[in-house]
Write a protein of this length. Sequence first.
Length: 296
Amino acid sequence: MQYLIDASVYVFRAYYSIPDDMVDDAGNPVNAFYGFCRFVGDFMEQVTPEYLAIAFDESLSSSFRTAIYPEYKANRDPAPPELKRQFEQCRRYVRALGVMELGSPRYEADDLIGTLVEHGRRQGRPSTIVSRDKDLTQLLSKDDVFWDFAGKGKLSYDEIPSSFGVWPEQIADFLALAGDAVDNIKGVPGVGKKTAEKLLQHFGSLDEIYGNLHRVHEVNVRGAKTLAAKLETHRDAAMLARQLTGIACDAPIDEAEAQMQPAAPKLGELNALFDEAGIGTALRRQAERVSDIYTH
């Protein structure tokens, strides 16, 4: 089993859950950095993964999705400087910990994770995707797991419909129909989550829906008689949205670099990073315990 961590989810979680009066000697907040380090350290102690990679988002403005649709995620405020600085500290921590760390100006963390999922399949390794972001469930096959670590727990492929209403391979189509306000994706006006679920349960996919508009009235959903007209009117919007909601699994990650086996942590670099952040003994001791795991 290989483990693929969606870093941003856990950096933000720490940033908003730990008070920002946790600061270094210069008065810079280190709450997100501290919380993220604790999360990764706890994860490695609990799981002791043989294969692990941690993916970060770099730049929304240069993403290939922004080139397709400039309004993609335009509703989000830019990260404040104190959080950007902590993101960089988190990336340095992962590298010093001996774990594969990824980021790309063109591909989002989701795409990097998707590419590594495909890499693992070629090697005969299933994946556990560690995140709270439902978008990533579209990557699951029968042997894979979606794990909201320190949250709702693990979901297998077969458990996705009971939590999200559709099968993993339908998630991207579902988001294209219903829209995704978090990413500023409009979807089809008048098609909400329940209608999108019913359409996909009936037809299976976005392409099949559009190939059978003359049968949409058969779906047991409110407004079924006018639904085909709405779908036809907004066909281009739905197809554009589908380009945005699908995860790219072809990011340029060299096969030779994607081995994902953690190396022994560089304790000197980690302690220097903790010194810089003004962090005491707890994280240092945890790093030593992780070092013991991966040096024996």
